[in-house]
Design a protein around this ligand. Structure first.
Ligand code: FMN
Length: 184
């Protein structure tokens, strides 16, 4: 486990080979063992594959198009084609959502627990040889994405996790914990 925690990387480039449903289910089964105050089980996961993924790719392309002054320009078209293709070439995309309670404390704790579940999911992926990449950004609050998933009004999408077998695994660095730690 100690090695997997250190070896897990956000994997931006994945192969197109499908990730079997059982493998994704295994990752989700581990995710829900996150610590969870009052066992509220605030998480819900939405797995986009096939047609769901295609519709998400279209929304992603449309959203990106809205950020270009002239989406018809050749360079914009190229970028939009790439974003659509990259999304389609990702075997699965998992939206991770958390229940948003009315009271601040529960909402904060449920959000934290769901992020822990997300980390479990990514670590399980690393153990199973599956790459993951969590992305936030404006798309997670996009109404079209919410409608596509059928997310209830009292839930927030915390991240979209892109899932696939790594084509390459980047190197990352961390400051040693000793430099971030005070012992008293
Ligand atoms: C809350 C959170 C949000 C993130 N959102 C994005 C994102 O929107 N786009 C992105 O490229 N990476 C995102 N990441 C991934 C980080 O870029 C990545 O974890 C960081 O580069 C460290 O790399 P590593 O995960 O390989 O250690 C996010 C990570 C966290 C924890």
């Amino acid at each position: 486990m100690l090695d997997v925690i250190k070896a897990r990387r956000s994997v931006p480039k994945v192969r197109a080979d499908p990730v079997p449903r059982e493998v994704i289910e295994q990752m989700l089964d581990v995710a829900v063992w996150a610590p969870n105050h009052r066992l509220t089980e605030p998480w819900r996961f939405y797995v986009l594959i096939g047609d769901g993924k295609r519709r998400f790719a279209e929304i992603r392309r449309r959203f990106r198009a809205s950020t270009f002054p002239n989406p018809e320009a050749p360079e914009a078209q190229k970028a939009l084609g790439r974003i659509y293709q990259d999304t389609m070439a990702t075997p699965a995309i998992i939206a991770v959502t958390a229940h948003q309670a009315q009271d601040d404390e529960t909402r904060h704790e449920d959000t934290a627990a769901t992020f822990m579940a997300l980390q479990n999911l990514m670590l399980a992926g690393a153990e199973l040889g599956v790459g993951t990449y969590m992305r936030t950004g404006p798309l997670i609050d996009n109404p079209e994405v919410r409608t596509l998933l059928g997310v209830e009004d009292d839930r927030r999408i915390l991240a979209m996790v892109y899932v696939g077998y790594p084509a390459e695994t980047p190197q990352k660095r961390r400051t040693p914990a000793a430099e971030k730690t005070v012992w008293l």
